[in-house]
Design a protein around this ligand. Structure first.
Ligand SMILES: Cc1cc2nc3c(=O)[nH]c(=O)nc-3n(C[C@H](O)[C@H](O)[C@H](O)COP(=O)(O)OP(=O)(O)OC[C@H]3O[C@@H](n4cnc5c(N)ncnc54)[C@H](O)[C@@H]3O)c2cc1C
Length: 492
């Protein structure tokens, strides 16, 4: 099926390109190999595919026009924000079109009274907070990539971040979406309220991984900037002890803004990279942040200090000012990229386990690390059981990538077996699609496929993502990917 698609795609793209050239100036219609190279992969660099063309759209009308043309010629397309997907979500489709949205980067309207902002999809996450700050507001979802990733990408993946424990994921902060569907129809889903009549179509679109079309305008909820923060850094002699501290905090009834853990290897990487001032001899670090109204935070802080003191922490540090708080977060938020200092290549895995099973999951990951003889750095959103094992390998070594992928696959299976999920926030994309049937029943999968085809019968929008290829259903993770075998994707 995929091979047939690829052939049709190439033929139709040849008809589509002259039409695009009539509407988009050559400087924004990229077709030469050297122009396409930066778009061949996203942050999951193990996969690489060359698209037929990349269109650097500049306004909504151009996005709609390109989608309509793709639909007319039955050419698949992929929306792309900043390409920071860690699951191959913005990987191009061979012979297809990449619609690059970074230039749609305007904040169209900010209403400080209603506490909403209407933004274009290419607006960078942190930019929303920067602009809202003038009104004492901010945008809560804070992926570690927030300096660069776009709101469009966040919407597609229902992205999370360290502070989503208290405030929820992107879906809790998107009120409405104007989108172009894969057939070129433009729709407005809800508008400016979290409560709306009828089915929650905005909720339906958020997390669709680009399969239901392209978001053109997004209405975001803004929150008042917390009056007070209290940030505590505690070091422990073992991961287990840090995990137990998380259990104690949660059991106490406190709801911190963030509850994050980093292990020894992640600490080493963060220190080498940003010199965050973490205790270097710790086996694990716990970051707990309380935030909100000053009176309440101070009350909770007194309780938290007692709690942490009773958890056997080796060292407890309290951020004394904004600069110290920022330094603590710089280390945590830079941890993924910092790991690049320890290893030429790594896979960032993303899975979820029930919080009560965190200790069991970490022990099993340690066992797998010894079994495969592969180093693993753990950085995770402990408060909501969202694991991010960073699996270190050297792609220059024969078979190293496949071994790392096999291990990553075992970790995902572990998450499923413990009653969790194959993704917490990075999405299914290309990387995890073959695990969908392990988590969802056949009926679940059929319903999802029916919904998808109801919106996009030709499967043009982000084709090949999220749903396993027919012949991929039983493929083990370390086997050549079915799309690889079909010559549609290749590995770097
Ligand atoms: C160092 C690092 C740290 C990260 N930390 C986090 C984290 O803490 N939490 C987290 O959740 N993720 C994290 N990520 C993953 C990634 O940043 C997020 O998934 C982010 O939302 C992707 O945004 P993007 O603009 O780069 O989107 P892209 O990678 O360009 O695209 C992602 C998906 O969105 C689709 N898409 C893009 N724009 C639109 C649109 N307008 N309409 C419809 N679909 C669209 C694409 O087709 C693709 O499927 C991290 C990544 C890196 C590299």
């Amino acid at each position: 099926m995929c091979r047939a698609w690829a052939t049709i795609t190439c033929m139709n793209a040849n008809s589509l390109l002259p039409e695009l050239a009539q509407r988009i100036p050559p400087a924004r219609l990229l077709q030469r190999a050297e122009q396409l190279a930066p778009y061949e992969s996203d942050a999951l660099t193990a996969f690489r595919t060359r698209p037929q063309a990349v269109v650097l759209v500049e306004n909504q009308a151009e996005v709609i026009e390109v989608v309509r043309l793709c639909h007319h010629y039955e050419v698949p397309f992929v929306a792309r924000g900043s390409g920071t997907s860690l699951s191959g979500g913005s990987l191009p489709i061979a012979g297809g079109i990449v619609i690059a949205l970074n230039r749609l980067n305007r904040i169209l309207h900010l209403d400080p009274v209603a506490r909403t902002a209407i933004v274009e999809p290419g607006v960078v996450n942190l930019e929303v907070t920067r602009v809202a700050a003038a009104h004492g507001l901010y945008y809560a979802p804070d992926p570690s990539s927030q300096l660069i990733c776009t709101i469009g990408g966040n919407v597609a993946f229902n992205s999370g971040g360290a502070h989503c424990l208290k405030y929820g994921m992107t879906s809790n902060h998107v009120l409405g979406i104007k989108a172009v569907l894969p057939d070129g129809e433009v729709v407005q889903l809800s508008s400016s309220s979290l409560e709306s009549v009828g089915p929650d179509l905005t909720g339906f679109f958020v997390g669709c991984e680009g399969l239901f079309g392209i978001a053109l305008e997004i209405t975001l909820r803004l929150l008042p900037k917390p009056e007070r923060y209290r940030t505590v850094l505690a070091s422990y002699a073992s991961l287990q002890a840090a995990g137990d501290a998380v259990t104690a905090v949660v059991a106490s009834g406190l709801l911190p803004g963030a509850l994050e853990i980093m292990d020894r290897l992640a600490i080493e990487a963060a220190e080498a990279s940003v010199n965050a001032g973490y205790p270097r001899d710790a086996a694990a670090l716990l970051i707990v942040e309380l935030e909100g109204e000053a009176v309440q935070v101070e009350h909770e802080f007194a309780q938290l200090q007692q709690l942490i003191a009773a958890t056997g922490a080796q060292e407890i540090r309290i951020a004394q000012d904004d600069a110290e708080r920022a330094r603590i977060w710089k280390g945590r938020k830079g941890a993924f990229s910092a790991v690049g200092r320890l290893s030429p290549d790594y896979i960032v895995q993303d899975g979820v386990v029930p919080r009560s099973k965190l200790g069991q999951a970490l022990a099993e990951i340690e066992r797998l690390s010894a079994h495969y003889n592969i180093r693993v750095a753990n950085v995770f959103h402990a408060g909501d059981g969202n694991l991010h094992p960073l699996i270190l390998y050297d792609g220059r070594e024969e078979g190293a990538l496949h071994r790392a992928e096999a291990m990553a696959g075992e970790i995902l299976q572990l998450c499923i077996d413990l009653g969790g999920s194959i993704t917490g926030e990075h999405g299914v994309g290309m990387e995890k699609r073959q695990y969908m049937p392990a988590m969802f029943s056949e009926i679940d999968m059929e319903v999802m496929a029916d919904l998808r085809r109801a919106i996009d019968p030709l499967e043009l929008a982000n084709r090949g993502k999220m749903f396993p290829a027919d012949d991929a259903l039983a493929a083990p993770n370390h086997a050549p990917h079915p799309l690889e075998k079909a010559g549609i994707i290749s590995r770097a």
